[in-house]
Design a protein around this ligand. Structure first.
Ligand code: NAP
Ligand code: ZN
Length: 343
């Protein structure tokens, strides 16, 4: 199927219109007409080949929502007209230990959406297993970022047990991932502290997102005052930073979970971990079963991302602004209404 989207051609990361082929809709597949697609920081890392893993031309986009326009003979989860979402992965082996435990994202043969042609495009053909049903009550543009940002913070909160009412959660980096983590944590009845490099985000974080406290990460006095108070921390930071101050914020037995992929890996200070029986863990997105559970949880609690909707031809400016942290808190491309006119 001939389709079109926007692609980066080299590590400048600059995107421009691009025609390519999608596979035909097979028996287990659905075709989704893409309506909205979020811009995750991973799209930016990949467009600029910051991890050295990008193949060009690269069509970003892995926070995809749209309408099902075709269903294969074996499809059971979807019918034409349903709203569907696609996130970080489009395939896995289906038979390894991870796949059998609904942890497809850890399958050695898992296929990242970013390694195929992604959602800054007109449509996508995907095995129904790798799509989730978006409940009708969720506005689609605000739901798009749940497909990556949402599951990437929800999954570790559940797995590491950082989801209980009354627990104190630190969220480092108030960006796309971070602000959704705040919303989930507040819905779960947790106390939330944001640790941020941007004092300008404080008022809104407290007044609109309802965070209980806001620490500016370069203010030693503020950090000192919060030492040893947190049960867990979700670190969503995309750039170089030190984790020692974060470890110091944890209580004994506290857990620091890395989900951000900083351009330089931080050093791990062993002694402060040892002296507080603390853990550092990591987490990648989440399996498909849990992604559906997360979307349903979001629908139940009316959680969507705070977004700035943009036309397709604004994408390069949006990427520049994202690199500077100038977005509250997620850009979402209005694909259906603006992709055509961008050609
Ligand atoms: P984002 O919207 O750009 O948010 C990142 C936030 O981190 C920024 O808003 C900023 O918040 C803070 N920050 C940025 N640079 C920093 C630096 N050098 N030092 C300290 N703080 C800094 O990005 P995102 O889309 O949320 O993604 C965040 C990271 O997660 C990216 O690296 C992305 O690739 C990664 N990611 C991982 C997974 C996974 O599966 N594990 C999935 C999706 C994304 P403040 O202004 O509040 O400081
Ligand atoms: Zn992402």
């Amino acid at each position: 199927m001939n389709t079109y989207g926007w692609a980066a051609r080299d590590s400048s990361g600059i995107l421009s219109p691009f025609h390519f082929e999608r596979r035909a809709n097979d028996d287990n597949d659905i075709t989704i007409k893409i309506l909205f697609c979020g811009i995750c920081h991973s799209d930016l890392h990949f467009a600029k080949n910051e991890a050295g893993m990008t193949s060009y031309p690269f069509v970003p986009g892995h926070e995809i929502v749209g309408e099902v326009t075709k269903v294969g003979h074996n499809v059971t989860k979807f019918k034409i007209g349903d709203k569907a979402g696609v996130g970080c992965m489009v395939g896995s082996c289906g038979s390894c230990e991870n796949c059998k435990q609904d942890l497809e994202v850890y399958c050695p043969e898992m296929i990242w959406t970013l390694k195929t042609f992604g959602g800054y495009s007109e449509n996508i053909v995907i095995d129904e297993h790798f799509a989730v049903l978006i409940p009708n009550s969720l506005p689609l543009h605000g739901a798009a970022p749940l497909l990556c940002a949402g599951i990437t913070v929800y999954s570790p909160m559940m797995y590491y047990g950082l989801c209980k009412p009354g627990q104190h959660l630190g969220v480092v980096g108030l960006g796309g991932l971070g602000h959704v983590a705040v919303k989930f944590a507040k819905a779960l009845g947790m106390k939330v502290t944001v640790i941020s490099t941007s004092p300008s985000k404080k008022n809104e974080a407290v007044e609109r997102l309802g965070v209980d406290s806001f620490l500016v990460s370069h203010d030693q006095e503020q950090l000192q005052g919060a030492m040893g108070t947190m049960d867990g921390i979700i670190d969503t930071v995309s750039g170089p930073h030190s984790i020692l101050p974060l470890i110091n914020l944890l209580k004994t037995n506290g857990k620091l979970v890395a989900v951000g992929v900083p351009t330089e890996a931080p050093e791990i200070p062993y002694i402060p971990l040892i002296m507080g029986r603390k853990l550092i863990g990591g987490s990648a997105a989440g399996g498909m079963k849990e992604t559906q559970e997360m979307v349903d949880f979001a629908a139940k609690h009316n959680i969507i991302a705070d977004i700035e909707v943009i036309p397709m031809d604004y994408v390069n400016t949006a990427m520049e602004r994202l690199a500077k942290g100038d977005v509250k808190y997620r850009f979402v491309i209005d694909v259906a209404n603006t992709l055509n006119s961008s050609f």
